[in-house]
Write a protein that binds this ligand. Structure first.
Ligand code: FES
Ligand SMILES: [Fe+2]
Length: 387
């Protein structure tokens, strides 16, 4: 079945369906399944959901040397994150100002950004500093052709980018985010492992599963399913994010079989927060779990309606990393992430197969167990309606 296209998204049936996603949480319906596979909806997301929003880019403690860079794709656009000579991170369109070639690929370190096509070269601050055979080109001023740069900002150790014009202050999007997460001392946490992989599902499918407790017993019956107790009622938040805390029996950051490898708890957490995990989704595409001794963060970048690239990182307090047995014990944390992710990916790719090219269907949520997913559905329906 091809994309249902513009007619569908402007149809009264689709807009009635989106209205059902904005009902009070206990009455709310899921997003129409087309939102997870239709090419036209995917195109609309570019403008409605990603273009005018601060987007989480994971943790800020990376690319520590001048010229260190990483390239990633977001909504079909190739982007270049690089540290400049003055120690500032910068985000550029990874697109040459001559005739548009992609400048860099993957990750690495460079002294200047040189285009592989005809050799135009840019300094780390984006200015065009090297061109060949342009002396006979009239009225050509290299100053008119710097790399296209996007705005970056940071909060609580997370990095954010804004790809549209006229970014509002990040604070207007996050509002009370820093206050709610203050007990985890997020700013000072240090990333100890990063991993990038692709999953054969829509980006929202990936973020949905990370944020709900409903699948745990079915999908993770022997790995982590029994650790998570029934969650508490979702927090009322003022910013464009959702958050729900739940107690755990032991730590949610380790497999049931490896609980004895637990590292010390973050010492600024009290009794309650020190015995559970907070799951937070910063809309649209970054989410993390704040556990007792670490946080683990995911950024899901759409690379098509049915595929996303996932960037994962796990962070600990510096005092934990300095422990003599950290190297050994942290392996159990990485294994828990990998094992649970392998189980999730099977479920996610199965879900994507099931909903792809489906007729216009909508489901219902478990109000307690899928609270963050329901909050996102309402936020997304608003953005798509305005697109
Ligand atoms: S496209 Fe980059 S130098 Fe020609
Ligand atoms: Fe899961």
């Amino acid at each position: 079945m091809p994309s249902k296209g513009e007619n569908m998204i402007h149809s009264s049936q689709f807009s009635s369906q989106l209205k059902l996603c904005k009902l009070p949480q206990s009455q709310r319906y899921s997003l129409p399944f087309e939102c997870y596979w239709d090419a036209f909806v995917y195109e609309q997301e570019r403008m409605g959901v990603f273009a005018n929003q601060w987007l989480g880019l994971g943790r800020a403690d990376r690319l520590n040397q001048p010229g260190e860079y990483e390239v990633f794709e977001l909504c079909g656009q190739t982007l270049l994150l690089i540290r400049d000579q003055k120690d500032a991170l910068r985000l550029y369109a990874n697109t040459c100002r001559h005739r548009g070639a992609r400048l860099l690929q993957g990750s690495g370190q460079c002294q200047a950004i040189s285009c592989p096509f005809h050799g135009w070269t840019y300094a780390l601050d984006g200015s065009l500093i090297g061109v060949k055979s342009m002396t006979k080109t009239e009225k050509f001023n290299p100053e008119d052709f710097p790399l296209l740069e996007y705005k970056l900002d940071r909060a609580c150790g997370f990095l954010f980018a804004f790809l549209g014009d006229n970014p509002p202050e990040l604070k207007t999007q996050l509002v009370d985010f820093a206050e709610l997460h203050q007990p985890w001392s997020l700013e000072g946490l240090v990333t100890t492992r990063r991993r990038v992989f692709e999953v054969g599902c829509n980006w929202k499918v990936f973020l949905d599963v990370f944020n709900e407790y409903y699948h745990l017993n079915n999908v993770h019956p022997t790995s982590i399913g029994n650790i998570y107790l029934k969650p508490e009622v979702q927090n009322k938040t003022l910013g464009e994010y959702a958050s729900q805390f739940g107690r755990t029996s032991g730590t949610g950051a380790l497999l049931e079989s490896q609980q004895q490898d637990a590292l010390p708890k973050i010492d600024t957490l009290g009794e309650l927060l020190g015995s559970g995990t907070r799951y937070t989704w910063i809309f649209p595409n970054m989410t993390f779990a704040a556990g007792q001794e670490s946080i683990w963060v995911y950024q899901a970048n759409p690379i098509g309606p049915n595929r996303c690239e996932v960037r994962q990182s796990i962070c600990f307090p510096r005092s934990t990393i300095e422990l003599i047995d950290f190297e050994e014990k942290s392996q159990a944390y990485y294994q828990r992430l990998d094992d649970a992710m392998d189980e999730d990916i099977v479920a996610l790719e199965n879900q994507q197969q099931g909903l792809s090219h489906s007729p216009s269907l909508q489901g219902r949520f478990s109000t307690l167990m899928e609270s963050n997913v329901a909050s996102f559905a309402s936020w997304y329906a608003d953005k798509l309606t305005d697109a």
